[in-house]
Design a protein around this ligand. Structure first.
Ligand SMILES: [Zn+2]
Length: 74
């Protein structure tokens, strides 16, 4: 396990880029884990070199929680 504090599944389409060879892939349903000291990582690995890929378009990949619970008036 080793410090996994959050696990979340994204169904949105997102682009992932390999920092090593520059390859870009499009993935859906990627599992995101939040590891203390490392930040959010995912399971997307480059098919070319096996490196973990970086999110290329954070806009569609970053989780945005709706504030309906706290946005309600009383
Ligand atoms: Zn690569």
């Amino acid at each position: 396990m080793g410090g996994v504090t959050l696990k979340q599944n994204f169904n949105k389409m997102a682009d992932y880029k390999c920092e090593v060879c520059g390859d870009v892939v499009e993935k859906t349903g990627v599992t995101i884990r939040y590891i203390a000291g490392k930040g959010a990582i995912h399971d997307v690995q480059c098919e070319e070199c096996g490196e973990y890929m970086e999110l290329a378009n954070p806009k569609s990949g970053v989780p945005s929680f709706r504030s309906n619970r706290y946005g309600q008036t009383y």
